[in-house]
Design a protein around this ligand. Sequence first.
Ligand SMILES: Nc1nc(=O)c2c([nH]1)NC[C@@H]1CN(c3ccc(C(=O)N[C@@H](CCC(=O)O)C(=O)O)cc3)CN21
Ligand SMILES: O=c1ccn([C@H]2C[C@H](O)[C@@H](COP(=O)(O)O)O2)c(=O)[nH]1
Length: 282
Amino acid sequence: MSLADNIFIHMCKDILEEGISTEGEKVRPKWEDGTSAYTLKKFGVVNRYDLSKEFPAITLRRTAIKSCIDELLWIWQKKSNNIKELNSHIWDSWADENGSIGKAYGYQLGVKHKYKEGEMDQVDRCLHDLKNNPYSRRIMTNIYVHQDLHEMQLYPCAYSVTFNVTKEKNSEKLKLNAILNQRSQDILAANNWNVCQYAVLVHMFAQVCDMVPGELVHVIADAHIYDRHIPIIKELIERPVYAAPEFWMNKDIKDFYQFTTDDFRLENYVTGPKVENIPVAI
Ligand SMILES: Nc1nc(=O)c2c([nH]1)NC[C@@H]1CN(c3ccc(C(=O)N[C@@H](CCC(=O)O)C(=O)O)cc3)CN21
Ligand SMILES: O=c1ccn([C@H]2C[C@H](O)[C@@H](COP(=O)(O)O)O2)c(=O)[nH]1
């Protein structure tokens, strides 16, 4: 069993058994047919993934690694907020007639800010600090920008990453760790999707900064299972599990902006069958 399966199954059982139902509450998301999308939720879930041991893709079902890396590069590398530059259709429901999702995600990461060292966006600021001042405790992004919320179709869910470098005894290279802060998480549609994305981000940042990947800590304020996902999750967590896949990344890329989706692969990724047509609350 992969460590990620273990964490996922444990978290789902906890939400199913101990979670609080939002039924009857005033909730924002709706199903396609207009009915309110209620959830079972747990407040304050924290999951730790040791990337030096395993890549955290679950094996209960296949996480679409290419699509999720494509979305990660769309946000962190292209710094785009337009679905025309995204190869999947996962954001279509939240885009306007021009394809824009507003001042969310990639838009915020592309905004330049003034620092003592000059003007940079948040991604370049982090890379600059990791390369020049790795022990700083100030290496983080934050895309939950209140002044721009009124121009976003959906407020950022995974909104902040804090990078933290450790120097282990007997290790030649520094270790790059990260905390992903997420205010809201759709466990079925996006939990492992988001975990794999930020695991890949730590791998990429570590490689271009000549470090090794350490831990990814995922802090979720509202971890929820939508009502229509409950039977799917119940079936999913009873499935057989397999060993974690091996993560392959092109070792020759030393510039963050040179990575493409072809530079990543999961090898020996044995999984359960696809869950067809997961309904997504809008
Ligand atoms: N309710 C909700 N849940 C989300 O997970 C979510 C939103 N809304 N709004 C914005 C984005 C879009 N996200 C999504 C949406 C759909 C999939 C999805 O359908 N994933 C498929 C695979 C898709 C593919 O192969 O390209 C899956 O099987 O998980 C994933 C993330 C995450 N976000
Ligand atoms: O990367 C993402 C983006 C979105 N989600 C989920 C979490 C919620 O179910 C919805 C957003 O609804 P809010 O009412 O704004 O919380 O999208 C995710 O899990 N991961």
